[in-house]
Write a protein that binds this ligand. Structure first.
Ligand code: MLT
Length: 263
């Protein structure tokens, strides 16, 4: 994976395909860009696909300073500048969706289209913020094995495929405890993005796994009702990560959306 020294950190990223139209993929917590391999393969013939590891996650491991969604969006902007990309369709899954909202606030002109997958527009409750802080401390104390034990069942459907369990555990243990803690704290501090979503002027796709327990289909229905002219696709036999658990219908929805966007 290439790496770029940008915004005071070093970001590892994938940059695949030579087409003019760019698709930017923003990953979920506490994973990394490797969760998108099947989507990169499905998109790369007709699109240039860029997927980064956020600071502290995946290979972009950096010293464990605190960061915010705003700083993360600045990282993405610096990477896009490094790659000379001015316009892109953006797909974000869960935390990737939170980041996409922040990126839209900072740089609306970037967006050719927005795909919001298994995510939500609302902010955390006070109780939700306290749970994240507890998780952040435990991640540092107990390590990535504990993080994988906690998160894997939440990320997958109730009776998951053992291969998916193995894959997701592998993605989680590719990060660092400090990065996981910093990501939880950054998510706790994110604002409500409902007004941002209502202001989006590019085409919007909303996708959700029917058995998603972390950001359930009701959250996607709310986003679909908020985003003007959006399309909602439900993926059967999938929890929070339909990109891994049921990639065929997930890819079909994503590719059809990306292929149909104006240049
Ligand atoms: C994610 O999948 O990115 C996270 O579970 C989102 C969250 O914790 O809100």
């Amino acid at each position: 994976m290439p790496k770029a020294p940008v915004n005071g950190t070093e970001l590892h990223y994938r940059d695949v395909g030579t087409a003019k139209d760019v698709v930017l993929l923003l990953h979920a917590f506490p994973l990394h860009s490797g969760m998108w391999l099947r989507q990169i393969a499905a998109l790369e013939k007709r699109h240039r696909v860029v997927a980064l590891d956020y600071r502290g996650l995946g290979k972009s491991a950096v010293p464990p300073e605190a960061w915010s969604m705003s700083l993360l969006a600045q990282d993405v902007r610096a990477l896009l500048q490094h790659l000379r990309i001015e316009r892109a369709a953006v797909a974000g899954l869960s935390m990737g969706g939170y980041l996409a909202f922040e990126l839209y606030r900072q740089l609306p002109g970037l967006f050719r289209g927005l795909a919001l997958c298994d995510t939500k527009a609302g902010a955390d409750t006070e109780e939700g913020k306290a749970t994240r802080e507890k998780f952040a401390r435990s991640a540092i104390e107990k390590g990535l094995g504990w993080v994988a034990d906690e998160m894997t069942p939440k990320l997958l459907r109730p009776q998951p495929d053992p291969a998916a369990v193995k894959e997701v555990r592998g993605l989680i243990t590719g990060g660092t405890p400090a990065g996981v803690a910093a990501a939880q704290r950054a998510m706790a501090g994110r604002p409500d993005s409902t007004a941002t979503l209502a202001s989006v002027t590019c085409p919007v796709l909303v996708v959700v796994g029917e058995q998603d327990g972390l950001t359930p289909p009701a959250e996607s229905e709310k986003m679909h009702a908020t985003a003007k002219g959006s399309r909602l696709v439900r993926i059967p036999a999938a929890g929070h990560l339909p990109c891994i658990e049921n990639p065929e219908p997930f890819n079909r929805a994503l590719v059809e959306f990306m292929d149909g966007l104006p240049a």
